[in-house]
Ligand binder design. Sequence first.
Ligand code: ADP
Ligand code: MG
Length: 287
Amino acid sequence: SVPAAITSGISAGARRGLLIKGGAALEAIGSVKTIAFDKTGTLTAGTPRVTDVVPFGAPESDVVRLAAAVEQGSSHPLAKAILAHAQGADLPAVQDAHALPGKAVLATLDGRELAVGSPRYAQERGALSAEIERTAQALEQQGKTVVTLLDGTRVLGLIAIRDEPRPDAREAIAALQALGVRPVMLTGDNARTGQAIAQDLGLEVQAELLPEDKLRVIGVLKARGSVAMVGDGINDAPALAASDVGIAMGGGTDVALETADAALLRHEVSGVTELIGLSRATMTNIK
Ligand code: ADP
Ligand code: MG
C-alpha cells in the first residue's frame, strides 16, 4: 500500500542517517531540478583553520585576541576558527555583541567599537585602503576567506581562514549531475574564494550573497522547477524555508532542523544523492 511504501522508505532513510520528515518530503525530493548548496559548513567541512594573520599597525597577538573577543558568542564556523587560533589567550569580556548576518559581528570593548567582518563590510564602513584590499585579494585567490578586524573605521588586521571541501563533495556533485539534477553553490563569501572552491568541486557558484540574496536566488531558480536547498542553518535558514525541499546538513542548528524537510545526520554531501535515489525508488514502487 502507499502508506506502507512511504513508511518503509522513511525507515530505510533513518537506518542510513537520512532523517526525512514525512511522506510529502520523501515524495518531493526525487523530483527536484536544482539543488542549491550553501558553501560554509555544507560543501566544506565547516571546521576552517586560520592560515595567516596580517596586522596593520597593531601587534599580531592583539589582532587575534581582539577578534576572538568579538567572536566569543558567535556560532559561525569562522568564529570557531578564530577562537581556536586564540586558544590560551586571555580574552577580554566585550559588551553588546551582535551579528550582521552574512557580514560581520560587532561588539564594544572599553568604549571601542570593534567588528570582525568581510572585506566588503570594511569597505562599506570606508575602512579599506588600496594596500589592505590588495593583501586581502591575494589571500582570497588562494581559496582562503579573509575577515577584517575593525576598530571604528580603522582596520587593525586581516585574518585568512581556509575551510577544506568535504572529502566526498566532488564525487557527490558529479553523481547529482548524472541524476539530471543541477547543483549550484550559494555563498556569502567573496567571489574569488567562492570561484576557487566551486572550480575545484565542479559546480556553478553565486557568491557575495547576503541571507536575503540567497532567498531571492532560490526564487529565481524555482522558476525553472522544483528546488532543494542544503544548508546548516547558520545565515541560510530563510533560504532553507523558501525552497521546495529544505535539507539540513548534519543535526545542524535547531533553526535548520525546524525549517528543514530532511536532515543529513552523517554530514556527507552524498546523502543528498541517496535521498533522491530513495525517493525515486519509493515513488516507483507506489506507481
Ligand atoms: P557562507 O554562505 O559561505 O556560509 P555566510 O553567509 O555565513 O557564508 O557569511 C558570509 C561572509 O560574512 C563571511 O565570509 C564573512 O566574511 C562574513 N561573516 C559572517 N559571519 C561572520 C562572523 N561571525 N565573523 C566574521 N565574519 C563573518
Ligand atoms: Mg553557512
